[in-house]
Design a protein around this ligand. Structure first.
Ligand code: 2KA
Ligand code: SF4
Ligand code: MG
Length: 252
């Protein structure tokens, strides 16, 4: 028996939930057709976050480079997990990417979404985009096919004690489903990444570096030297393909 009926808080897009069909634009599955489901709320508040509508609400003290505060009810869509699963199933697509915000803040609700979909499509693939600060429960870890773990660096503006959780990084470092995707804004970030790898045993072959940027021009400033650095250091490089194709738009 599946416990369905729990409410999940998603980001709102237009007059519905932020659930959309596109291609994975980042990381190791880049180019794969996928349905994204965007969780509302985050435990971090990165100053360059491109999904600040999931957390930068009126009345909160968080600083963001856009300086926009959102009315919580205007950017949140609450629905039953079964309805979210049905919406995902309405697309003819075999991969779902659970993102946010930080989806692990609602892991039991997302586990229900996964279970409802798997009942109908047992081979459906699920990726989770996470900031790597929380250890998933065993059931959630077992249900997910791939974790795209994106630990935040000093360039996020977040205090280290909030963004780096050694226990969680140790869990992902030992989990074959995890890839580590770092957002790089400048050459200074590389030393920090290498230090994190050393301290938390992150496997080099699972590390992906991605340029920071919300326009093609911003990506172009970083991508060429970052790709060379990946070649020289044995990291993977990821562009942000959705930004190249569609720009900094919601729902793509
Ligand atoms: N196409 C596309 N690919 C993505 N990969 C990670 C995304 C995210 O926002 O987590 C994202 C996104 O928002 N769109
Ligand atoms: S962890 Fe991700 S979603 Fe949360 S504030 Fe940072 S960039 Fe945004
Ligand atoms: Mg995004």
């Amino acid at each position: 028996m599946l416990p369905v009926g729990v409410i999940i808080k998603l980001a709102k897009l237009g007059d519905g939930p932020e659930i959309f069909h596109t291609i994975q634009g980042e990381g190791v599955s880049v180019g794969a057709p996928a349905v994204f489901i965007r969780s509302s709320r985050c435990n971090l508040h990165c100053h360059w976050c491109d999904t600040d509508h999931t957390w930068n609400f009126e009345g909160t003290p968080w600083k963001h480079e856009k300086n926009t505060k959102y009315q919580k009810s205007a950017v949140t869509w609450e629905m039953e997990t079964a309805a979210a699963a049905e919406r995902i199933l309405s697309f003819d697509c075999s991969r779902t990417i659970i993102t946010g915000g930080e989806p692990l803040l609602q892991e039991s609700a997302f586990l229900e979404v996964i279970q409802v979909i798997r009942q109908k499509k047992p081979a459906h693939q699920f990726e989770v985009e996470t900031n790597g600060t929380r250890i998933p429960c065993p059931e959630f870890a077992a249900a997910v096919d791939q974790f795209n773990v994106s630990p935040k660096l000093a360039n996020s503006g977040m205090e280290e004690i909030l963004r780096i959780r050694p226990d969680a990084l140790r869990f992902y470092a030992a989990n074959p489903k995890a890839w580590f995707k770092f957002v790089v804004a400048s050459a200074d970030d590389l030393q920090e990444i290498k230090e994190l790898m050393r301290l938390h045993d992150l496997p080099r072959e699972k590390v992906i570096l991605m340029p920071e940027g919300r326009t093609s021009a911003e990506l172009d400033r970083i991508a060429p030297w970052l790709a060379e650095c990946c070649r020289d250091c044995g990291f993977r490089f990821s562009d942000r393909l959705h930004i190249r194709l569609w720009g900094d738009k919601r729902g793509v």
